[in-house]
Design a protein around this ligand. Structure first.
Ligand code: PEP
Ligand code: MN
Length: 380
């Protein structure tokens, strides 16, 4: 089915057409950079970080004015008064400004203050009523809007938010990947689930895709590998939190960088290009891809053979009234395949995950085979 996004003005743009400038590198940097504090805390804090970001050549200064907090009784932003500080920062530095909106009232205040761009946060994208309210408040406005992924890995909800904005005439849209919430301690504050933004890119290659390594990683020491991964995957830009004194920040102290650490991070990022015109490179690539195709055909054939044997086992067990799942065999499969994986230089955890997927499919084949037996010989 065609979505509203398919009729978005940028939808038919070819790769040669430049992205809207707000989401595109200004030239000196490998990707678009939107940087600034998690929250606008004071006029001085904002100006100090803005001056440093202007010197870095970022596209826009980010600063939260209204902060959506997971728990009550935390700092919820300075509110509308900080919009005045932002206006002052623009006068002083010439930087474009981007802030988060989570309601129609926020949109009205931000538009009245002449804010240059808006973002919709993860806790708002998750709520279609709120996104629709924001979209209605933006009807007729021409302002770039960045839509962060919802907190849960639901691509339809993420795209739905973008479609709601496209439907009211917002043309300068971009998506921002900041990771997904999960229960319990994990390496990152939010799990990357790279497959979700990559599927968004596959479906909508015309839509600029930015990454937010700060909220994804949650710890400043993890920012660099995450940001580099985003560049490796062809993201168009990064949104990064920068604070003059991160440890005393009123929100997200662990993930904000000092301006100096931000400059270091940007300098350390290795730019990636989408392609390379070199003929030798293309030849070598084609040859390797042909071998990958062959290897894929082999393992897919092996997979089909495996599932056919599984179906046979299913029929055999069903005929004797034996249960499908047998713990000992499953443990044996796990252990032996981990050893084989290791010997082949494959990560055992990766092979475990594959096996779990395969097991679910195998049980389904098992069940199907049992039904076939029952239908063929109801007396079984
Ligand atoms: C933010 O960017 O300050 C923010 C609250 O982000 P997120 O919506 O990704 O949590
Ligand atoms: Mn933050």
């Amino acid at each position: 089915m065609k979505s509203k996004l398919d009729s978005h003005p940028t939808a038919k743009a070819s790769a040669a057409v430049p992205l809207p400038s707000f989401w595109r590198s200004a030239g000196a940097q490998p990707v678009a950079l939107l940087a600034g504090p998690c929250s606008a805390e004071s006029p001085e804090q904002l100006l100090e970080v803005a001056q440093a970001m202007a010197a870095q050549g970022v596209q826009a200064l980010r600063a939260g004015v209204w902060k959506p907090r997971t728990r009550p009784n935390q700092f919820e932003g300075r509110g509308a008064v900080a919009l005045d500080w932002l206006q002052n920062v623009r006068q002083e530095t010439g930087l474009a400004l981007i802030t988060e909106v989570a309601s129609a009232a926020h949109v009205e205040a931000a538009l009245a203050a002449g804010i240059d761009g808006l973002w919709i946060g993860a806790r708002t994208t998750v709520n279609p009523f709120l996104v629709q309210e924001i979209a209605e408040a933006l009807r007729g406005a021409q302002i770039p809007v960045l839509v962060k992924n919802p907190v849960n890995p639901d691509l339809a909800l993420w795209l739905g938010g973008i479609e709601r904005l496209a439907a009211v005439g917002i043309t300068d849209l971009a998506a921002c990947h900041r990771g997904f919430s999960s229960f319990g301690e994990t390496r990152y504050r939010n799990s990357p689930q790279w497959e979700v933004p990559l599927e968004l890119r596959r479906r909508h290659p015309e839509l600029p895709l930015l990454g937010d390594p700060s909220h994804l990683a949650g710890k400043r020491e993890l920012l660099r590998p995450v940001a580099q991964q985003m560049l490796d995957l062809g993201y168009d830009g990064l949104m990064i939190e920068v604070h003059p004194a991160p440890d005393s920040a009123l929100s997200d102290p662990a993930q904000q960088l000092t301006p100096a650490a931000f400059a270091e991070l940007v300098a350390a990022l290795e730019p990636r290009q989408p392609d390379c015109p070199d003929a030798q490179y293309h030849q070598a690539l084609e040859a390797l891809r042909a071998q990958i195709d062959e290897a894929d055909a082999e393992w897919l054939a092996a997979l089909a053979r495996r599932l056919a044997f599984v179906a046979e086992v299913g029929r055999l067990k069903h005929a004797r009234g034996v249960q499908a799942f047998q713990l000992e065999r499953w443990q044996d499969v796990h252990e032996s395949r981990s050893t084989w994986a290791d010997a082949l230089g494959l990560k055992p955890e990766f092979v475990q995950r594959l096996l779990e997927l395969l097991h679910i499919e195998s049980l389904a084949h098992h069940a199907k085979a049992s039904k076939t037996v029952s239908a063929a010989s109801p007396s079984n």
